[in-house]
Design a protein around this ligand. Structure first.
Ligand code: NAD
Length: 294
């Protein structure tokens, strides 16, 4: 039986610490961090995420500046808004919820966010800083999901140095920054992806396995080394038949029931990486605020 790494508890701890820190900053500077949340259109999942992020931000004392634009908003209009937010003093972090409608080029919009206000850590400058900085520095704006995964690993209080880590997935928002973070912890990192040969064999040698694939329960028990640590980033909605009823269910990329028996520690879905992602967004916003005071 493995230790279940409880993302809800760890995220609560991180939020509590941020709340204390923001209270102190408020006493000292009479200001609090401001997060601009921009949503374009009404994709249901985006609305759920925006609501959860807004609620968490308000709870820790971050001011939220909400901009919900309609589906027909042009790229130019969105860029004008981002430019305005870039120059607005009470905005320290800008979050543009993805995905954007098809007629808008996401990368152009993400690149237009000022790197100092890049709450998601997706701007090329911050990607570059993450890549070249020797340590996982406190003041870097780091993509939230992989940083949350790193904090979950660190919560185990084990030596990461020298561990063999496999990250499945090479996306800009999870896989690649995850690999960078692990590399800086002196792990030996392999990035696997859809064209990797013998994925199961490769994974089965990993001391640390991070699955960020988007394929329900692809990671099976025989993919996992005895006592490995398994971090499941995947969020997949599947249908489950209970008697005659079909219900929607959230599962990760890891077959939890199988792998739990073999891993030394594992994150659940839901209640694992998801809550940590949101807490790390609040962390980035607070860092951006503190950096603006320097
Ligand atoms: P993505 O689609 O951008 O990338 C998926 C990666 O998996 C790709 O690099 C691809 O090469 C690889 N891949 C796809 N099929 C594969 C296969 N059969 N074998 C090996 N590799 C394969 O996805 P993403 O944005 O990186 O997200 C990955 C998963 O993590 C999704 O389920 C997403 O919903 C979830 N996610 C969760 C959070 C969170 O907060 N928990 C945040 C972001 C993403």
């Amino acid at each position: 039986m493995s230790k279940i790494i409880d993302g809800k508890v760890l995220a609560q701890r991180l939020r509590d610490n941020l709340k204390d820190e923001i209270n102190k900053l408020k006493e000292q500077y009479n200001e609090v961090p401001g997060l601009a949340v921009v949503q374009v259109g009404n994709v249901a999942a985006s609305s759920v995420y925006v609501k959860a992020k807004t609620k968490s931000a308000l709870e820790v004392g971050i001011k939220v500046i909400d901009h919900h634009l309609n589906e027909e908003t042009t790229q130019e209009e969105l860029l004008i808004l981002v430019d305005k937010l870039n120059n607005q003093d009470n905005v320290n972090g800008i979050l543009v919820q993805l995905p954007l409608p098809d007629h808008i080029n996401e990368q152009i919009v993400l690149d237009s966010i000022h790197p100092d206000k890049d709450a998601d850590g997706f701007h090329p400058l911050n990607v570059g800083k993450l890549s070249i900085s020797p340590k996982n520095d406190e003041n870097l704006l780091i993509p939230c999901t992989p940083y949350g995964c790193l904090l979950m690993l660190k919560s185990l209080n084990i030596e990461l140095k020298g561990k063999d880590a496999v990250v499945i997935g090479r996306s800009n928002i999870v896989g690649k920054p995850m690999a960078q973070l692990l590399l800086k912890e002196s792990c030996t990192v392999t990035i696997a992806h859809s064209k990797t040969k013998d994925l199961a064999g490769l994974c089965s040698k990993a001391d640390i396995l991070v699955a960020a694939v988007g394929r329900p329960e692809i990671v099976r028990e025989n993919w996992v080394k005895e006592n490995a640590i398994v971090i499941d980033v995947g969020i997949n909605r599947i249908e489950e038949k209970i008697k005659d009823n079909i219900k929607n269910k959230l599962v990760g990329d890891v077959d939890f029931l199988e792998v739990e028996k073999k891993a030394s520690a594992i994150t659940p879905v839901p209640g694992g990486v998801g809550p940590m992602t949101i807490a790390c967004l609040l962390r980035n916003t607070t860092i951006a605020f503190k950096n603006s005071l320097k």
